[in-house]
Design a binder for this molecule. Structure first.
Ligand code: AMP
Ligand code: GLY
Length: 422
């Protein structure tokens, strides 16, 4: 099969790395891709949100399967579009993608199907949201309902912070529309859980934990994710059974009841406290950086799993995981998640990758005049695996020491929860 991966992050680099091992593969393409991806796939810089351009590309390259990495094209209906042109695509259609595209849709499904999550109220009028905030105890969580590239959530610890968050959303600061959700603050430890599903049956992936804050010890602003590890010991078998029964199964039923079964990968972000999980959010794609650690541990053919979600026979396919531990540390440009400099030079990547078992997934890199330059916020995902988490992380941090990139920043404490508890 000719396979096209959409996206340009380390997640898509990891997906290409995994797809490249598939027996099903003839030619691998990625759009738009990045420098790292171009080493293993044919990267083409096309506008993936322009569906006509995408369609023409698929015809020209005889694409048999499109794998959608990021949420924006899914929420805009790229799978419905490609299917209407008789092209197979991995990922949910537009309506079920609303589980990520609209927090109001997602929370309303939770309330109709008794899915444990934070109590909430949704608002389309600013004054009503402000009045509700003033009557609510703090902290409280204020979320833009629409897609906001990870920037639309504020944990308000003061009334002033909350009022600013409401103001920002109603000024459409995140381009996510003027609708919001105010919800109860949940305390606990977060974990990421993924399933491949054909709409009825599902195959769980191994567990993972992300590190969303920029600073060590989980401090500072939220980011797209600064590091991850898998498996995540906090996500016990017992929690998994609860999440399957109380979240995944009712959600899949809800999507079938709507007449649009969920097909693809479903990512549940959960908060665990006192051995009980509550749903924080759904995403309709792989997590980044969770995908990087999962792809290092997946032994099965990922394309078979993807085709199982499309063809409706996921129950006949198994996902096998290496019995080891994988981790990834994200290197970002200094200043991220706020302003940062572009075009800084990164040296010695080859030297670092020669370190035992290290794999470097690229997010924001480009090649210019024979130099590798950083052109994004999150830039590299330094990944590795080992018999235990500590040894995987030791290898990763010693690889990072070899990378010569003075304008970078990264967390020094990835995996700290699992290491402290283990
Ligand atoms: P979301 O986009 O809904 O995933 O929110 C982004 C991040 O904000 C989550 O991963 C959590 O770290 C945090 N968060 C979101 N909702 C809540 C909540 N109700 N209580 C505590 N933290 C939350
Ligand atoms: N790792 C968080 C996300 O992909 O949304």
């Amino acid at each position: 099969m000719n396979i096209l991966v959409l996206g340009n992050g380390a997640r898509e680099h990891a997906l290409c790395f995994s797809i490249a091992k598939s027996k099903q593969l003839s030619r691998l393409f990625c759009a738009p891709g990045n420098y790292g991806i171009s080493q293993i796939a044919e990267a083409h810089n096309i506008d993936i949100n322009n569906f006509d351009i995408l369609h023409n590309f698929c015809i020209a390259k005889k694409i048999d399967l499109v794998v959608v990495g990021p949420e924006v094209p899914l929420v805009n209906g790229v799978v419905d579009f490609l299917n209407s042109k008789n092209i197979k695509a991995f990922g949910p259609k537009k309506i079920p993608a609303g589980l990520e595209g609209s927090k109001i849709f997602m929370k309303d499904i939770c309330s109709q199907y008794n899915i444990p999550t934070a109590t909430y109220k949704s608002f389309t009028e600013k004054k009503l949201a402000e009045d509700y905030l003033k009557s609510h105890s703090l902290p409280v969580v204020i979320k833009a309902s629409g897609l906001a590239a990870g920037k639309g959530v504020t944990i308000a610890t003061s009334l002033d912070d909350g009022l600013i968050a409401i103001e920002d959303i109603f000024n459409n600061k995140f381009g996510s529309g003027c609708e919001l959700v105010i919800e109860e603050f949940m305390d606990g430890e977060e974990a990421s859980y993924f399933i491949f599903t054909d709409g009825t049956n599902y195959v769980p992936l191994s567990s993972a934990q992300d590190h969303k804050r920029i600073g060590d010890g989980d401090t500072g602003p939220n980011t797209g994710g600064m590091g991850a590890y898998s498996p995540a010991p906090v996500f016990t078998k017992e929690i998994q059974t609860q999440v399957n029964q109380e979240m995944i199964e009712p959600t899949l039923k809800a999507m079938r009841d709507l007449g649009t079964p969920y097909q693809g990968i479903l990512y549940a972000g959960v908060m665990i406290k006192d051995n009980k999980a509550k749903l924080v959010e759904y995403n309709v794609r792989f997590g980044d950086p969770e995908c990087q650690v999962l792809m290092l541990r997946l032994k099965s053919d990922i394309v078979e799993l993807m085709l199982g979600t499309i063809n409706g026979n996921i129950n006949e396919i198994k996902a096998d995981w290496a019995n080891n531990h994988a981790a990834t540390v994200v290197m970002a440009s200094i200043g991220y998640p706020n302003e940062y400099k572009k075009g800084t030079e990164i040296k010695n990547l080859e030297l670092a990758e020669n370190e035992g078992g290290i794999k470097i997934f690229h997010a924001g890199t480009e090649l210019k005049d024979e130099k590798i330059l950083a052109n994004g916020g999150r830039v590299l995902s330094i990944s590795g695996s080992g018999n235990d988490l500590k040894s995987a992380l030791n290898d990763i941090y010693s690889a990072i020491d070899k990378i010569d990139w003075p304008e970078s920043t990264y967390r020094k404490d990835i995996g700290w929860r699992a290491i402290n508890n283990g």
